[in-house]
Design a protein around this ligand. Structure first.
Ligand code: PMP
Length: 284
């Protein structure tokens, strides 16, 4: 495997960043994960736009032009011979003597890109079975709309899910409303077949997969309302599912001790999952 690190393609086993990288010391950086489907990057344009926004919000300079970055992404995918999988991109504020304020303009942002294959049969199997979710109190900072590498609450929540024999954790705000998953956006389908997902203005990351599913639902003539939903509503829902570039549209069959629907992936989630790639933007 090959990784791209600050201008060079290096063997994955030797790919490293400096001990004084601010991403390492302060989690002072942002990232993107983009699906690779049939050798194509999925929704690259939207991922690049979100990256630019994350960088702008944190006042980190863009490490290179969007065109150059696109080239690096494709080149990393090509060099790793990824047909189906993921490409990961991380930008940090760079390497500087450890001190909280931003370093001077002479410090260049640092960039890392990796790519790996994911066996589509394995991914498909979990889609057929669905996943189980636990709920945990929301304990993240208010700027989760920025895709920062500062993911400690997400890591802890996800581990709590694993320890409970589940696959994902949904954060729940003090009013009982689900915000999102540790690495996914959360959705339910109510008894009338209406899709419900939290608005992406604040309190969640605006998932690219979420955006595509909103468009897909419209195209399919499904009713959709963007509003917060409670854990109680979710437990009573006809269907539930999560979305992300990694899990795509993944049915949820259990929330804590509540079985969702008949405990099998719901028909709407399954049909959206099958149709997802017809609407996602693929480029060469
Ligand atoms: N919320 C969080 C907290 C995430 O980490 C992710 C995945 N990066 C998502 C939602 C889903 O976003 P996307 O569909 O762009 O992968």
């Amino acid at each position: 495997r090959i990784a791209y690190v600050n201008g060079r393609y290096v063997p994955h086993g030797e790919a490293s960043v400096h001990v004084e990288d601010r991403g390492y010391q302060f989690s002072d950086g942002v990232y993107e994960v983009c699906e690779v489907f049939g050798g194509h990057l999925v929704d690259e344009r939207r991922h690049m736009e979100r990256l630019q926004r994350s960088l702008r919000e944190l006042r980190i300079r863009e490490p290179m032009s969007r065109k150059a970055l696109s080239h690096v992404l494709h080149e990393t995918v090509r060099r790793n011979r990824v047909r189906n999988g993921l490409v990961y991109l991380q930008v940090t504020r760079g390497v500087a003597k450890r001190d909280h304020p931003f370093p001077g303009d002479e410090v260049e942002p640092a960039i890392v890109v990796t790519a790996r294959s994911v066996d589509p049969r394995k991914a498909g199997r979990s889609g057929e079975k669905g996943i189980e979710v636990i709920t945990v109190p929301e304990n993240r900072w208010p700027r989760v709309d920025i895709k920062s590498v500062s993911l400690l609450p997400n890591v802890l929540a996800r581990q709590q899910a694993e320890d409970a024999g589940a696959n994902e954790a949904w954060f729940v705000d003090p009013d009982g409303y689900v915000t999102e998953g540790s690495s996914t956006n959360a959705w339910i389908v109510d008894r009338d077949g209406q899709l419900i997902t939290r608005p992406a203005d604040f309190g969640i990351l605006r998932g690219i997969t979420r955006t595509v599913v909103v468009e897909l639902a419209e195209k399919e003539g499904l009713k959709l309302v963007e509003r917060p939903f409670t854990v109680d509503e979710a437990r009573e829902a006809r269907e539930a599912f999560v979305t992300s570039a990694t899990k795509l549209i993944m049915p949820v069959v259990r929330i804590d001790d509540a079985v969702i629907g008949n405990g099998r992936p719901g028909s709407i989630a399954t049909s959206l999952r099958e149709k997802f790639h017809t609407l996602a933007e693929l480029d060469s």
